[in-house]
Structure formats: structure tokens, C-alpha cells
Design a protein around this ligand. Structure first.
Ligand code: GDP
Ligand code: MG
Length: 325
């Protein structure tokens, strides 16, 4: 992309044009050479949208909920951006197919923009790509962003750090393995959505969550609310958007929202530094071959892991930085 087209692209994004938005997100996702200039121009113009993260186990109904929420926010005249991050779908293809179907439903409505991200870089970068996409949509004037991700792995959960409000979607009757997921998601939930409330066991799920919450949510944290929904029928969506709105007003008034955004920038920096150091170590010093060779030397006990890491990090490890350690 030449400087001129980068300028045009940014102008298109700021004007809220879907093709420019799509292209900018792709360039940022790929880390294309133009991405620096794009983000530089866009970052200054972002910061106005409210970002709602939606996470939970696969099949909990996140996409159905996001769809329903998008429709209700559209009815209120809001412009809605949707980013669905699902690395597992790169293998199954299922979620992406579903996302394509819902894209068709909103086709022709310039007030909705939907983007799926199924890829994961070698060096993480999932939450980086999601944050960059959120900046683009924000600068493009989408005032409500819905960020959907499967809450299974650390990388996926980290995506939720970009959100102003996190909805954790749970369903009745998932059995014991849900306990672990719930524990991991407990710390990040601002609002619990008990979806598939048409199913048996929703009362039990509700009392389980209430019992967990009664143990306390940590100092300075607001106790998350709970909302029952039946996403397939659109039931409970009104109460859910009321809950999102109430949370928004409270955290803005208390200053917690601003504090969270400041913290978010910190995570975003750490994320970026980590990704770039890893990329630098692997690429600028000879790529994967060198990494494989180093791994072999550790395996064969010719080198210990610390010295092998030092060897790869080279100048980085041997400089002043290391002496001060
Ligand atoms: N019975 C019931 N099924 C639902 C409900 N919400 C979603 N589903 C279904 O659950 C399946 C998974 O939904 P999806 O939104 O793709 O889940 P995701 O993987 O969390 O994004 C789909 O077949 C939905 O139609 C609900 O409230 N009740
Ligand atoms: Mg989904």
C-alpha cells in the first residue's frame, strides 16, 4: 500500500465505509508494512465506542446472543461492530460458516459491521489483532462493539481485556467440566448470562453462580449481575441490554471505566512487546531452524534452557539489559 492509498484508506475508515474498514482490519491483522501508519492515524480517533465482550464455552449461544443484541441496538439507532474471535473454527469451519450466514442477514445495513478472526499467529497476537480491529471500528464510528470469543484458553480470555463490559455466557447442564471454565471466567465477568433458560437446570446454575459470588469478588469490584435469556427466541435480551447499560453508567460514574481503560493500554503494550520480541527472536535470528536446533541442543542436554534462550536472544540478552538483572 503506497502512502497515498494509506491516506485514502484511513479517510475511508473515518468515513465509516465498510470496504475500507475491512481492508484496514486485514492489513493490521497481517502486520502489513502499512499497518503502522494506519494504526497511528486511527488510534487518535478512537476511544468513543463502548466495547462489550461476550465469552463462554463453545455452543453456549454467544453468537446467537450477539446477533440478538446487535438487532436490538440497531433498533435504537446505534451503529454496531462485531468481532468474533474463534481460533477453534479454523479447524472446524463451523463458526465461520455461521458467521457468514449472519453477515448475509445484515448485508446492506451499513450500521452493522461483522468480522471473524479464526487465525492465530505463531506468536500469539490474538488479543492484539482484536484490539487493533476494535480501534478501527471505533474510529469508523461504530459506537457499540461486540467482541465474541470462546472462553477456553488463556489467549481467548485475554481478548476480553479489550472490553469495557464482559458478559460470561453459561448454560444449564454442562456438568462438571464447566466448573473449571466458570472458575476461570469468574474473575472477568461483569454480567452473567444464563442462556438456554428453556432447558432444565437453570435454577441450579443460578444458585451455583450466586454461591460463588457470595464468596466475594475481590476488593473494589462490582458484584456481577445475572440475566436469564433464551437467545434463540430473543427472550431476555431487553433485560440484558438494560443490564449492560446500568453497568456502563455505574462504572463511568465511579471512574472504574477509565481505570480499566488505562489498565487495558498497559496489557496491550505488554502483549505487543511480547509478540515483537518473540517474532524478532525467531525471524531476525534465522527463523524456526535456529529455534529447532536450540531445542535439540536442550533435549540432548548439550545446553541448558537458559543458555539456549540467551543464544537466540543474542545481543538482546548480552547487552546492558542483562547485566542489570
Ligand atoms: N434451546 C436453546 N438453544 C439455543 C439458545 N441459544 C442458542 N441456542 C442454540 O445453541 C447452538 C449454539 O449457538 P451459538 O450461538 O452458535 O453458540 P456459540 O458457540 O456460543 O457462539 C445453536 O444451535 C443455537 O441455535 C437457547 O436459548 N435455547
Ligand atoms: Mg459463536
Amino acid at each position: 500500500v503506497s502512502p497515498r492509498t494509506t491516506l485514502e484508506l484511513v479517510a475511508g475508515v473515518l468515513a465509516g465505509e465498510a470496504p475500507a474498514v475491512a481492508r484496514a482490519i486485514s492489513l493490521l491483522e497481517d502486520g502489513a508494512p502499512a499497518s503502522r501508519d494506519i494504526l497511528k492515524a486511527i488510534h487518535k480517533r478512537a476511544g468513543r465506542s463502548w466495547i462489550v465482550g461476550v465469552t463462554g464455552p463453545p455452543g453456549a449461544g454467544k453468537s446467537t446472543l450477539v446477533d440478538g443484541l446487535a438487532a436490538s441496538y440497531r433498533a435504537m439507532g446505534r451503529r454496531v461492530g462485531i468481532v468474533a474471535v474463534d481460533p477453534s473454527s479454523a479447524f472446524s469451519g463451523g463458526a465461520v460458516l455461521g458467521d457468514r450466514i449472519r453477515m448475509q442477514r445484515h448485508a446492506g445495513d451499513s450500521g452493522v459491521f461483522i468480522r471473524s478472526m479464526a487465525t492465530r499467529g505463531h506468536f500469539g497476537g490474538l488479543s492484539r489483532a482484536a484490539s487493533d480491529a476494535a480501534d478501527v471500528l471505533d474510529a469508523a464510528g461504530f459506537d457499540l462493539l461486540l467482541l465474541e470469543t470462546v472462553g477456553v484458553g488463556q489467549d481467548e480470555v485475554e481478548v476480553m481485556r479489550a472490553a469495557d463490559c464482559v458478559l460470561v455466557v453459561l448454560v444449564p447442564g454442562l456438568g462438571d467440566d464447566i466448573q473449571a471454565i466458570k472458575a476461570g471466567l469468574l474473575e472477568i465477568a461483569d454480567l452473567y448470562v444464563l442462556n438456554k433458560a428453556d432447558r432444565e437446570g437453570v435454577e441450579r446454575l443460578e444458585s451455583e453462580i450466586a454461591a460463588m459470588l457470595s464468596l466475594g469478588v475481590g476488593p473494589g469490584r462490582r458484584t456481577p449481575g445475572m440475566v436469564r435469556t433464551i437467545a434463540v427466541r430473543g427472550e431476555g435480551l431487553e433485560r440484558l441490554s438494560e443490564g449492560i447499560e446500568r453497568h456502563r453508567q455505574e462504572v463511568i460514574a465511579s471512574g472504574a471505566a477509565e481505570e480499566r481503560r488505562r489498565e487495558r493500554c498497559r496489557f496491550r503494550l505488554v502483549d505487543l512487546i511480547r509478540e515483537r520480541v518473540l517474532r524478532w527472536a525467531a525471524e531476525e535470528t534465522g527463523g524456526d531452524d535456529r529455534l529447532s536446533a536450540a531445542a535439540a541442543s536442550v533435549h540432548e542436554r548439550r545446553a541448558d534452557p537458559y543458555e539456549a534462550a540467551d543464544a537466540i536472544l543474542g545481543a538482546f540478552a548480552s547487552g546492558k539489559w542483562r547485566d542489570r538483572r
